[in-house]
Write a protein that binds this ligand. Structure first.
Ligand code: HEC
Length: 217
């Protein structure tokens, strides 16, 4: 009789315990599955020097295309409508150029800097470290143009190849990033980018970097 009562009273408790155990097991299995999936994805990465060299070459070539397209758009616009109106063109066409390269090539391309004009170009912690390394190397005498960096990292939970290339300030850049910016250009910059930090550069200084990444699976 006692056993019966106990059994009777224990039914809901046992059910609740079973449910808890089941939930625990499901969570455990799911966690294990996620772990296995992520180890598999990392294990599947081809990290060989040969593949890294191939990815680096791809990144370098895409950077050249990106640089040429930006330069052509900027120069064309300055000639056609002057530097002040080109601020409009820069802010509208840069994201469009980047978007088109991203979809065509399966890479993510952008520019960044420690002193940004567009807040969307703020460096993430890896990019900031690379920019700081570039600055240290430049102080020790390295030419800005020679600086690049590659890495295989965990980006947003996925393995990715990353590439950065330093950008020096050239003569043409001074119109919009230099120390003496003409009145109408300065006004256009302030209108579009009230938080601008990208003025006051001298020729030859490190302006920022091209920054590219590609997920590896
Ligand atoms: C006509 C004015 C103009 C000229 C000339 C110009 N820039 Fe810019 N630059 C801009 C504007 C506007 C932005 C913000 C673009 C955006 O919204 O993405 C910008 C952004 C950048 C950025 C991205 C980081 C940030 O600050 O947001 C880099 C790097 C950069 N410029 C480098 C250069 C270099 C190098 C040159 C010379 C080869 C140059 N720029 C010439 C107007 C100019």
């Amino acid at each position: 009789m006692q056993v019966l009562i106990e059994t009777h009273m224990n039914v809901p408790t046992n059910n609740a315990r079973n449910l808890r155990v089941k939930r625990c097991l499901t969570t455990l299995i799911l966690t294990l599955l996620v772990c296995v999936a992520s180890t598999t994805s990392w294990a599947q990465i081809n990290n060989s020097p040969r593949n890294i060299a191939a990815l680096t070459l791809e990144a370098q070539q895409l950077t050249k295309t990106y640089m040429r397209t930006l330069k052509k758009t900027l120069q064309g616009s300055i000639i056609a409508s002057g530097p002040a109106a080109s601020i409009n063109v820069c802010s509208a066409s840069t994201p469009a150029i980047e978007q088109s390269l991203n979809t065509q090539h399966n890479w993510h391309v952008a520019r960044t800097s420690t002193r940004i004009r567009n807040p969307n170009n703020r460096p993430d912690p890896w990019e900031l470290r690379v920019l700081q390394n570039f600055a240290t190397k430049i102080k020790k005498g390295a030419p800005v143009k020679s600086l690049e960096e590659t890495a295989v990292v965990n980006l947003n939970g996925k393995p990715a190849f990353r590439y950065m290339k330093a950008i020096p300030v050239g003569n043409v850049c001074l119109t919009c990033h230099g120390r003496k910016i003409s009145g109408n250009v300065a006004t256009a910059i302030n209108d579009h980018y009230p938080l601008d930090q990208a003025k006051g550069y001298r020729k030859g200084e490190l302006r920022g970097a091209f920054t590219l990444y590609k997920y590896l699976n």
